[in-house]
Design a protein around this ligand. Structure first.
Ligand SMILES: Cc1cc2nc3c(=O)[nH]c(=O)nc-3n(C[C@H](O)[C@H](O)[C@H](O)COP(=O)(O)O)c2cc1C
Length: 367
């Protein structure tokens, strides 16, 4: 009989190693890969590794509260499971499994519109705090239909992901000839949401003023300003985990200037390379409200299904609490930009450089 998960997995590094063992080459490459040279993927980690802490000591940190607020609901950590298309190729049950893990631990899930089992069945699978992300591949009536269904099924907000005008060239998938069911209609380099513009954002806000809108995939101050001018509630800083435009900046590198430019007029969320408790703490210190986790929860699901996801989040929480205590704060509210500073990064930067002890599990395109 296998040991309980809290004995099997003491570190996130062991979760990554188990996921690597369990996933077939196609889904593994789909999960870990990025676009073209994967420079944006590496810069996500580089940007986080170029931030160091400035700890304060001799403060009573005997009781630490790492919880946060998410659209008025208390969540256990300021993190959210980012939307993942094709989760069903990573874990049995797909989005329903991730919803169950999110609910069991106590963090929100953002469901992708290109994920099974879909909006209604995922909502029915678990009592999560949830939001819905749509790729706009239909007309206005089609969008409104999704908004209505999301409202009817208890989703707390709606999201447009806007960094997929073209479907990118993911070369691990191409070389490995990995074809997902929905890829048949979106080959690499093809139009995906190429007609989407700020007009649709305006239309959404005019039509659905009370259903908060998240714009995911903002990477510049200029677009962050435009999003605020359009009245969006959340500016979600993201480069899609380095899976869309290659040679972009790391998300953590652009976060501070966007936070400054927005000045509290909207929430700022961020994702891209956030794998460790220290990464979460850095983002919140720099002014983010919520951190999206993309690949990490998937690795937990691949390692050991729903309990593996819960275990991943437990270890992450332990890392967060350890970091907060060592910084001399007892909650995220006490964190300030003074707790971080720029520093020369050390070592390699890649999708797995947050897990250096077990060797590089990223593999090549065909392994
Ligand atoms: C396998 C996979 C599928 C993804 N599918 C979607 C998607 O359907 N919609 C979306 O907005 N973002 C999607 N993303 C991007 C994530 O939501 C998130 O922005 C990114 O993974 C964050 O970077 P991280 O993986 O380094 O945490 C996907 C990412 C991965 C790894």
């Amino acid at each position: 009989m296998n040991a309980p998960l809290n004995e099997q997995f003491l570190t996130l590094q062991e979760i990554v190693a188990a996921a690597r063992r369990n996933l077939a080459p196609g889904p593994w490459s789909y999960l870990v890969g990025g676009a073209e040279t994967e420079t944006t993927v590496r810069r996500n980690r580089l940007a986080l590794d170029a931030i160091a802490f400035r700890p304060r000591v001799l403060r009573d940190v005997s009781s630490i509260d790492a919880s946060a607020d998410f659209f008025g609901r208390k969540i256990r950590l300021p993190v959210m499971l980012a939307p993942i298309g094709g989760l069903e190729s990573i874990v049995e049950g797909g989005a329903a499994a991730s919803a169950r893990g999110a609910a069991a631990f106590g963090v929100p899930q953002m469901l992708s519109s290109v994920c099974q089992p879909g909006l209604e069945a995922t909502a029915a699978a678990a009592d999560t705090v949830r939001v819905f992300q749509l790729y706009v591949r239909g007309d206005d009536a089609w969008v409104d239909d999704h908004v209505k269904r999301a409202l009817d099924h208890g989703y707390a907000a709606f999201c447009f992901t806007v960094d997929v005008a073209m479907y990118s060239r993911r070369e691990r998938d191409l070389i490995g000839r990995f074809v997902k069911p929905w890829r048949a209609t979106a080959p690499a380099g093809s139009n995906y949401q190429s007609g989407l513009s700020w007009d649709q954002v305006k239309r959404y806000k005019d039509r659905h003023p009370d259903f908060p809108l998240i714009i995911k995939g903002i990477a510049t101050v200029e677009d962050a300003q435009l999003a605020v001018q359009h009245g969006v509630e959340v500016v979600y800083v993201s480069n899609h985990g380095g899976r869309q435009l290659d040679h972009g900046l790391g998300s953590a590198a652009v976060l501070p200037e966007i936070v400054r430019a927005i000045g509290g007029r909207a929430q700022v969320w961020v994702d891209g390379g956030f794998m460790r408790g220290t990464d979460i703490v850095k983002a919140i210190a720099l002014g983010a409200t919520t951190v999206g986790l993309g690949r990490l929860p998937c690795l937990g699901l691949a390692a050991a299904g729903v309990p593996g996801l819960v275990r991943t989040l437990e270890i992450l929480e332990n890392e967060v609490q350890t970091c907060l205590g060592l910084l001399g704060v007892t909650s995220f509210a006490e964190l300030t930009p003074q707790h971080v500073t720029a520093a020369p990064p050390v070592g390699e930067h890649g999708v797995f450089s947050a897990f250096p002890l077990l060797g590089d599990p990223s593999g090549t395109a065909t392994t």
